[in-house]
Design a protein around this ligand. Structure first.
Ligand code: UT7
Length: 332
C-alpha cells in the first residue's frame, strides 16, 4: 500500500469573541509594551476566552464548520482526536465532551498531548487509523484555552499565548494512485528537555496544593531563549524530513504553514527550507501563539484567503513543549 491514504476534506476554526491587544496587556499592569512585543514576536493581538467559552465550545464550533465543508454528518465520524495542552477537565478527555456536543454517536474520542505539535501529531495518528482500516473519517482538532493556564503576571509567557480551535476532517482517499492527500509525515520528541517549557504542578507528580498556588507552579513556565533555539533547529529538521520523505524540494511547495509561535522562528524556518516569505503563511500577528490550534487555524485562514486551493502542495511544520516536533506535506 502506498500513500496517500487520507486527504483533508474540510477545515474550520473558532476563536473567542474578545481580542486582547498588546496595549490591553500593558494596561493590566504587566511590564511590557506594544513595540517590544511586535518587534520580538510579531504579535499584535490574541483572543481570550470569556464567560461561556470553553475548549469544548470552541472545538465544536470549529468542527461544525469543517464537517459542513467536508459534507460529513456527525454519524459518519469514526474517531475524534483532539490535540490540546489545556483540556476543560483533567478527567475525562475534552474529546468526549466534543463528541457529545456534536452528536457523533459512533465516534471513539480521545485527547492527544503534544503541545504545539498537537494537531500535526493528531493528523498523523488519524491518517494511521485510516491506513490500517480502523477508520474512514477522522475529525482532527487542535484547540487551546491557554488563558486558563498562563500566569497573567509573567511577561515572558502571557504576551505570547492565545485561545482558539482549528478543525480538519480527514477522509480515506477515494481511489488508489491519486496524488491528493497526505504525501509524507515526520514526528519526533525529546523529553530530556521537558522542563524548558512545562507546568511544574497540577499533575500526579505534584498535585495542586496551597504551596503550588503560592509559588504559581501550576502555570506555564518557559525558558524563552532556550526554547527559541530548539524551535529553530527542530522546525528546520522537520521541513527537511517531510520534503525528503515526499521526494519533493522547496521549489515544489506552494505554501509553508508553520506553527505560529514567533515571526522570527517562522522566518528562520523559511530561510533554512529555502522558501521565500511570500510562500509562507503568517497570522501570528492576529492570533498569537495558540499552540495546538495554531496550524489548523492558519490552514483554515489560508484557505479563506485563497492561498490554499485545489492542487496546492502545502508543507506543515510544528514544534512545542516536550519537546515535540513534526511536519507533513499535503496536496489539496
Ligand atoms: O510554541 C512553541 C514554544 N514557544 C516558543 O516557541 C517561544 C520561543 N521563545 C520566544 O519566542 C522568545 O524567546 C520570547 C518572545 C519568549 C522572548 O524573546 P527574546 O528575544 O528571546 O527575549 P529575551 O527573553 O532574551 O529577553 C530580552 C529582554 C530581557 O531584558 P534584558 O535582560 O535584556 O534587560 C527581558 O527581560 O527583553 C525583556 N523582556 C521583555 N520586555 C518587554 C522579556 N519579555 C518582555 C516583555 N516585554 N514581554
Amino acid at each position: 500500500m502506498k500513500r496517500p491514504f487520507a486527504y483533508i476534506a474540510g477545515t474550520g476554526h473558532a476563536v473567542p469573541k474578545r481580542a486582547v491587544t498588546n496595549a490591553d496587556i500593558a494596561a493590566m499592569g504587566v511590564e511590557t509594551n506594544d513595540e517590544w512585543i511586535i518587534e520580538r514576536t510579531g504579535i499584535r493581538q490574541r483572543y481570550v476566552a470569556g464567560e461561556g467559552e470553553s475548549l469544548t465550545s470552541l472545538s465544536a464550533d470549529a468542527a461544525r464548520q469543517a464537517m459542513a465543508r467536508a459534507g460529513v454528518q456527525p454519524g459518519e465520524i469514526d474517531t475524534i482526536i483532539l490535540g490540546t495542552a489545556s483540556p476543560d477537565h483533567l478527567l475525562p478527555s475534552t474529546a468526549v465532551e466534543v463528541q457529545t456536543a456534536l452528536g457523533c454517536t459512533r465516534a471513539a474520542a480521545f485527547d492527544l498531548a503534544a503541545a504545539c505539535s498537537g494537531w500535526l501529531y493528531s493528523t498523523i495518528v488519524g491518517e494511521s487509523l485510516i491506513a490500517s482500516g480502523s477508520a474512514d473519517t477522522v475529525l482532527v482538532i487542535g484547540a487551546e484555552k491557554l488563558s486558563a493556564i498562563v500566569d497573567w503576571t509573567d511577561r515572558n509567557t502571557c504576551i505570547l499565548f492565545g485561545d482558539g480551535a482549528g478543525a480538519t476532517v480527514l477522509r480515506r482517499t477515494p481511489q488508489r494512485g491519486g496524488t491528493k492527500g497526505i504525501l509524507s509525515t515526520y514526528m519526533r520528541s525529546d523529553g530530556a528537555l521537558a522542563e524548558l517549557l512545562w507546568r511544574p504542578a497540577g499533575g500526579g507528580a505534584k498535585p495542586f496544593t496551597p504551596e503550588s498556588y503560592a509559588d504559581r507552579s501550576h502555570y506555564i513556565h518557559m525558558a524563552g531563549r532556550e526554547v527559541f533555539k530548539h524551535a529553530v533547529r527542530s522546525m528546520a529538521e522537520s521541513t527537511d524530513r517531510a520534503l525528503d520523505a515526499a521526494r519533493l524540494t522547496a521549489a515544489d511547495i506552494d505554501l509553508l504553514i508553520p506553527h505560529q509561535a514567533n515571526v522570527r522562528i517562522i522566518e528562520a524556518t523559511a530561510k533554512h527550507a529555502g522558501i521565500s516569505m511570500d510562500k509562507v503563511f503568517v497570522n501570528v500577528d492576529r492570533f498569537g501563539n495558540t499552540s495546538a490550534a495554531s496550524v489548523p487555524i492558519a490552514l483554515n485562514d489560508a484557505i479563506a484567503q485563497g492561498r490554499v486551493r485545489e492542487g496546492s502542495t502545502v508543507l506543515f511544520a510544528a514544534f512545542g513543549a516536550g519537546f515535540t516536533w513534526g511536519s507533513a506535506v499535503v496536496r489539496f
